[in-house]
Design a protein around this ligand. Structure first.
Ligand SMILES: [Zn+2]
Length: 143
């Protein structure tokens, strides 16, 4: 039995946000759009590092997977075709080195900041949207 879809989306977006800030990107805001089950994250600065961008894009699906535990092969294939598509396309576009190494690096960041990701996900679920400053404040709290 999978967790609630809104919970899954919140952890996915929280993964993007926390890794964005951790790698030095500026997060402007994050929003959940409950009507269509999608969410947005934005960065303020477009001239950021390609590797950081690749890690940030990868962090959504990797945080989501950590939260869910695992998907069946069919569900995973569906993810690749649907709302992970944009993230993973961006990873392919921005990752100049090994994708396997990028996954290892992101998984390490997600594990290290899991408490912050959970706090951001909970706040995002409750408020529907957060500013970058609010995310930074949640990250600064002790687990
Ligand atoms: Zn995403």
């Amino acid at each position: 039995m999978l967790p609630d879809l809104d919970q899954i989306i919140a952890h996915h977006e929280a993964g993007h946000c926390v890794v964005a800030i951790t790698t030095g990107l500026k997060l402007r805001s994050v929003r959940m759009a409950f009507d269509d089950g999608k969410a947005d994250w934005l960065v303020r600065d477009n001239a950021h590092d390609r590797h950081m961008h690749a890690l940030t894009l990868l962090a959504g699906p990797r945080a989501e997977l950590r939260f869910v535990g695992s998907y069946s092969d069919a569900r995973l294939a569906e993810k690749w075709q649907t709302h992970w598509r944009h993230d993973l396309y961006g990873v392919l576009k921005h990752c100049d080195g090994s994708i396997a190494e990028a996954i290892t690096e992101v998984d390490h960041l997600v594990r290290r900041h899991w408490g912050a990701i959970k706090r951001v996900a909970a706040a995002l679920l409750e408020a529907g949207q957060l500013t970058g400053r609010e995310v930074e404040a949640l990250m600064a709290q002790q687990a």
